[in-house]
Design a protein. Sequence first.
Length: 399
Amino acid sequence: MTEQLYLEHPLMTAFEATVTSCRPNEDGFILELNQTAFYPEGGGQPSDQGHIDDTQVTYVFKEEGRIYHQVDKAFETGQRVQCKLDWPRRKELMQQHTGQHMLSAAVWKLYQAKTVGFHLTEDNLTVDFDKELSYEEILKAESMVNDWIQSDLEIVCAFPDDETLNTLPLRKRPKVAHNIRIVEIKGADCTPCGGTHPPTTALLGLLKVKRIDRYKGGIRTQFVVGTRAQQDYHFKNDLANDLVALLKVQPEEITSKIEKLLEENKTYSKNIKVLQSEMASIEAEALVNEAVEHSNGYKIIRKVFENRDFSEVRQMASTLCEKDGMVVLFGLKEDNASRLIYARSKDLDPLSMKTLFAPAIEKLEGRGGGSPVTAQGGGKKPECLAEVIDASMDELLGI
């Protein structure tokens, strides 16, 4: 059985061990050591990483009470090896896990809300509570936790006997009946846990709640602790400074300035839409005036557009065909592609835009389809759009 050094020595970063077994698996090799400070994934905490001699340890896991280390080369049984943890990773994960204990304890003390979920990954940390709480209420819990952190409370991890266990003020009951490890944060929390925790709360530095969301009748709280909190602060401070420089305001004026800009943008957008509508009407009228008159009495409007939004082109075709006696043959040139839309007025029943469209889109090596009233699609060869539309017009005119 591997001696679990991480339980008694959470700050240990290097140790020497003996290989007790090594066997291949699909990811390389897994080996056992007579003792290890590498924490195996469990209890919601990701595993440690690091090196055994010059080989990287990418994953550590426990299976049927045995601890395995994933590596990419074989070791000899009985071989003495030098082991080194990725300490920044261990420290950072330990901060998050201990921070979760403390936030859960604070929320329980203040609001009697139980922790019903805990999710810790390399880049995210959330805890779920069974009551709906406001952001302001969670911030009160955050303040309580940071008071505990700054008080440098002692953290004691132990395996008490049954008699002692029954006297402890546990926040939650253990999931196992024997060999129960209790993590007690003096004056703050006492709960069963098999994870790694520092000797005192000072190592956590800071806990900061980022956001809360309603979740399954309660709330999911996203937060950061220690190193992650520092990184989050750096990011948001840089962001605030960038906004101050960009908006030319003081930090406390950022929100009001952005709100003002958003309102102005709404007004500008409305004005732009009105102008676009007026311009589209003028453009549509000009296209009608330039239309080719068919011998059957309807008008054929053809146009190849560039640098236009396809939805605008499609809307113009639809608007033109609201009048009787109109056939629209529109193309749109894009960087390396082409768009095609053929449409007609509903009164021109004998004409099928789908039939007219099919050979045109084929010449553009594209795909599309539609109905007798309208057809559209996209293809290649934007340089051939005018030629393709002219061919469709000739077909309509019987040339």
